[in-house]
Design a protein around this ligand. Structure first.
Ligand SMILES: [Zn+2]
Length: 192
């Protein structure tokens, strides 16, 4: 029987004129599709968004790591201190990332051994949007049901456990109490 095949490619232009293409997904259907095979299915949509996220996040983290090579105060070049591994937990999956570290500039006092990163992910960074969505549904339904609902619709990692939903909700609650929930991307690590 004849098959229809779609290959979904992500074309990235991370530097002007430098283009790379990555295949994200392959979708196949028999030419004689039933109603259930018409269009995108949930499992395919989850895999597709997770594959896209897995491309975006490491590229962004790498770009951030390269974007500040010198001290903002004195202009001195900052010494690289390698990378550390972190996991970025988002609505579209858990994505491992390598975060570049640099030694803090000597002009910042005696803290020469301290390292700094532009984006402090910590070991287990949670996307503010995932925290918000989790907390919003946890206000409406038991933690276990929220976990089941979210993991059915989204390519989530840990949120399939009621205890994860509970912990994330409590943290968001604590943030709100402490004076407002911060959504800015550079506060990713501050929450978790
Ligand atoms: Zn400096």
């Amino acid at each position: 029987m004849a098959k229809l095949v779609w290959r979904v490619r992500l074309v990235a232009e991370l530097e002007p004129g430098v283009v790379t293409a990555t295949e994200l997904a392959r979708i196949e259907r028999d030419a004689q599709a039933s109603l259930a095979e018409l269009g995108l299915r949930l499992d395919e949509a989850k895999r597709l968004t997770a594959a896209l996220q897995a491309q975006l996040v490491p590229a962004q983290v790498a770009a951030l790591g390269e974007s500040r090579r010198s001290c903002e105060a004195c202009g001195r070049a900052l010494v690289s201190k390698g990378h550390y591994g972190a996991t970025f937990r988002s609505l579209f999956g858990d994505v491992p990332a390598r975060v570049r570290r640099r030694l803090a500039c000597p002009c910042q006092g005696a803290a020469g051994v301290r390292s700094c990163t532009l984006l402090e992910l910590g070991k287990d960074a949670l996307a503010p949007e995932l925290a918000c969505v989790t907390a919003r549904y946890a206000a409406l339904a038991p933690f276990g049901k929220v976990a089941a609902l979210l993991s059915e619709l989204l390519p989530l990692g840990g949120a399939r456990h009621a205890s994860t939903v509970r912990n994330r909700t409590l943290r968001v609650g604590a943030e709100v109490v402490q004076g407002g929930f911060r959504r800015e991307a550079h506060h990713l690590g501050a929450l978790w």
